[in-house]
Design a protein around this ligand. Structure first.
Ligand code: HGY
Ligand code: MN
Ligand code: MN
Length: 411
């Protein structure tokens, strides 16, 4: 029983054509036509192997292949998957590799008529990236019950559009419910998006946990004024304050070991050459593997930016927009992964994820784990994102082995 590398990598190329950009990147922002087309591609592939795709009320796509045991409290679905939505101008592997690896495992089971004790399923979560609609990891948060349907539908995007309107416009919502199925374990294949596996010369690694993340949105309200007539000391310049906040985030990362801080989005208003920015909105993304340190760092940066704004005489609002605590993955699931790696002669590398993932959300409700695939130069969220066909196939092969261990192959 082997995965078909050519089929897996052909799928990556086909999916990358959906939302393809002239520079070789891909863009399928959540709840857009491209996002829907990507999900319909996966649904079509599921039908092609005789599995009925199902969709829940916010667009999570899933399919379940029955085991020989009826689902009950004692058994549950070994769920495999990730996401197919992307950031802006993304690469073609982030998320897609996990969904297509899950599809490949199901295809191997179907074509081999393989029987497992427990059901095996695929999920493609909506809006993992959270770049248009926050919070990120929205599909898995909804499955976990952190968000209800009305909450999700009322969330407005950076473009002011509500999710409910997009779901209706795209007819992307369904009436099925993944939450009706007990889940035995969740497994996610994902590119590492960092430099560790490449540094260690390893194609794949078992992920032992994920660092925590906190997102904030900072809104500044100063005073637009004439760039030529306004004396420097009389200005309430939100552009200057935004720059000082960016510096302060970087400074804090120099004071706290292991803290990563990013100001990824800055928008100035009115954003015109001869007008002092009267308003500004910026995002702060903080990450740390030790949850108490992440929390104290978030409090610290919040206090600092409020103090700096006061010194400028500028109004400031800081809003928490997403948080995913640091998690450790389930030892039984990690062992199923490392046993599968060993059986394939793929080493025994273990690592903590720097990026957030749906598995991080799933881990607090179900035994979960992740398999990382080497990223060339550690680059991601960039059209230059690349993992070799061999490494992608290795990731899917480890997934097959781990899934069979958890779903219990029936001879
Ligand atoms: O932000 C992240 O870590 C993930 O790519 N959503
Ligand atoms: Mn991802
Ligand atoms: Mn991502």
């Amino acid at each position: 029983m082997h995965i078909d590398s050519e089929r897996l990598n052909r799928g990556l190329a086909e999916l990358a054509r959906i939302g393809a950009r002239p520079d070789g990147g891909v863009q399928r922002l959540a709840f857009t036509q491209e996002d829907l087309a990507g999900r319909e591609y996966v649904a079509g592939r599921l039908r092609g192997i005789g599995l009925e795709p199902q969709v829940d009320a916010i667009g999570n796509l899933f399919a379940i292949r029955p085991g020989i045991e009826r689902e009950s409290g004692r058994t549950g679905v070994v769920l495999l998957g990730s996401h197919t939505d992307t950031v802006g101008n993304a690469g073609r592997y982030d998320g897609s590799l996990g969904v297509l690896s899950a599809l490949e495992v199901l295809e191997v089971l179907q074509e081999g008529g393989i029987q497992t004790r427990h059901p095996v399923g695929l999920v493609s979560f909506v809006n993992e990236e959270g770049v248009r609609f926050m919070p990120d990891m929205m599909g898995s948060l909804y499955l976990r019950g952190d968000l209800d349907l009305d909450e999700v539908r009322s969330i407005t995007g950076t473009d002011g559009v509500p999710i409910g309107g997009e779901l209706d416009r795209l007819r992307m919502a369904g009436t099925d419910s993944l939450g009706d199925h007990p889940i035995r374990a969740f497994l996610e294949v994902h590119i590492e998006q960092g430099p560790e596996l490449e540094r260690q010369g390893a194609a794949v690694g078992a992920v032992t946990g994920v660092q925590g993340l906190n997102w904030m949105e900072v809104s500044l309200d100063g005073r637009a004024n004439h760039a030529g007539t306004t004396p420097m000391q009389d200005r309430k310049d939100c552009g200057l304050l935004a720059a000082e906040i960016i510096r302060e985030v970087r400074a804090l990362t120099g004071e706290i070991s292991g803290l990563r801080g990013t100001v990824g989005r800055v928008s100035l208003k009115p954003n015109l050459i001869n007008v002092i920015p009267g308003r500004a909105t910026l995002t702060v993304d903080l990450r740390h593997p030790h949850q108490p340190t992440l929390e104290s760092s978030s409090r610290e940066i919040r206090g600092r930016v409020v103090r700096i704004a006061r010194e400028h005489g500028i109004e400031i609002q800081v809003r928490d927009t997403a948080s995913a605590p640091a998690v450790d993955f389930d030892p039984e699931v990690v062992t199923a992964i490392t046993d599968s790696m060993a059986a394939l002669g793929l080493g025994d590398r273990r690592l903590v994820s720097g990026a957030g993932h749906d598995a991080q959300i799933m881990a607090s409700a179900h035994p979960s784990g992740m398999i990382f695939v080497r990223s060339r130069d550690g680059v991601s969220h960039n059209p230059a994102e690349y993992s070799s066909p061999e490494d992608c196939a290795a990731g899917a092969a480890v997934l097959l082995g781990a899934a069979l261990r958890l779903a219990e192959l029936v001879d």
